[in-house]
Ligand binder design. Structure first.
Ligand SMILES: Cc1cc2nc3c(=O)[nH]c(=O)nc-3n(C[C@H](O)[C@H](O)[C@H](O)COP(=O)(O)O)c2cc1C
Length: 221
C-alpha cells in the first residue's frame, strides 16, 4: 500500500474489535515508535491492552468503544513539541493503516491513566491516538477546497497540487482545517491558524504534504 493509498483509506475509527495487537504487527509498531522518537526527539509510548482510558463516561460520550490500545504522545517541553507530535503521530497513523490497523486522534474524549506511561522531568504529555482493529473502516470527512487551504500567486506546479490534495485528506481536531499553505518559488510556508490543537493539526498536515509532494521539490520556509 502506498502512502497516498494509506491517506485515502484512513478515516477516524472509534469502535474496535477485541482482536489484540500482537506478533509482527506489534513489533513493527514498536520499532516505528522508536524510530519516530529518535528522529523527532520525542517520547511516544505504545500502550497495549489497557481499557480504562476509554471506559469513562467522557469516552462513551465521544462515541468510543472497545479501545484497548493507544499511542501516548509525550516529549520535551519546547516550543514546537505539538507540531512534532502531529508530524510523527501521523507517520505512525499512516504506517498503522498500512499494517491493517485503524486509528483515531484523541485530544479530549479519554481519561489519562498515568500509571501506564512515563512523563520524565521537563517533558509534557500532549494527547493520545487510539489504535486497533476497527469494527468498521470509517468514512471520508468533508474538506475545504484546495483554494481555501493555500495561496499560490504564481500558479500551482503538479507537486504542490499533489501535496495540497494530501492536506485535504489530513485529520484535524473537529475537522477544523485551520492550516494554510503558501507557495513562493520553491519555498513553502505552512501556518497553523487560531483554534484548539491547531499546532498538532499543522504537524499532521505538513507530514501529508511532504509525503505526497516529495521533499526534493521544495524547502520549508
Ligand atoms: C488533534 C486532533 C484531536 C482530535 N480529538 C478528537 C477527540 O477528542 N474525539 C474524537 O472523537 N475525535 C477527535 N479527533 C478526530 C477528528 O474529529 C477527525 O480527525 C476529523 O473529524 C476528520 O475526520 P477523519 O479523521 O475521519 O478524516 C481529533 C483529531 C485531531 C487531529
Amino acid at each position: 500500500m502506498t502512502i497516498e493509498d494509506a491517506m485515502k483509506q484512513r478515516h477516524s475509527v472509534r469502535s474496535y474489535t477485541d482482536r489484540p495487537v500482537e506478533g509482527e504487527v506489534k513489533e513493527q509498531l514498536e520499532e516505528l515508535v522508536q524510530q519516530c522518537n529518535e528522529e523527532g526527539n520525542l517520547h511516544i509510548q505504545l500502550v497495549l491492552d489497557e481499557p480504562k482510558a476509554f471506559d469513562s463516561t467522557l469516552a462513551h460520550y465521544g462515541r468510543f468503544s472497545g479501545v484497548r490500545n493507544y499511542f501516548v504522545l509525550v516529549g520535551p517541553k519546547d516550543e514546537n513539541l505539538e507540531e512534532r507530535c502531529g508530524y510523527y503521530g501521523e507517520k505512525l497513523v499512516l504506517e498503522a493503516q498500512r499494517l491493517g490497523l485503524n486509528t483515531c486522534w484523541v485530544g479530549l474524549t479519554y481519561k489519562k491513566i498515568p500509571e501506564v506511561f512515563a512523563v520524565e522531568k521537563d517533558e509534557r504529555f500532549v494527547m493520545v491516538i487510539a489504535v486497533g482493529y476497527g469494527t468498521m473502516k470509517g468514512a471520508a470527512h468533508k474538506s475545504k477546497s484546495i483554494g481555501e487551504l493555500c495561496t499560490a500567486p504564481a500558479g500551482m506546479p503538479d507537486w504542490f497540487r499533489r501535496g495540497m490534495e494530501a492536506v485535504q485528506l489530513a485529520p484535524s481536531a473537529l475537522n477544523q482545517q485551520k492550516m494554510h499553505f503558501y507557495l513562493e518559488g520553491s519555498k513553502v510556508t505552512a501556518k497553523a491558524g487560531f483554534g484548539l490543537l491547531t499546532k498538532i493539526d499543522l504537524g499532521i498536515a505538513k507530514y501529508h504534504f511532504e509525503a505526497a509532494a516529495g521533499k526534493e521539490h521544495f524547502d520549508w520556509a
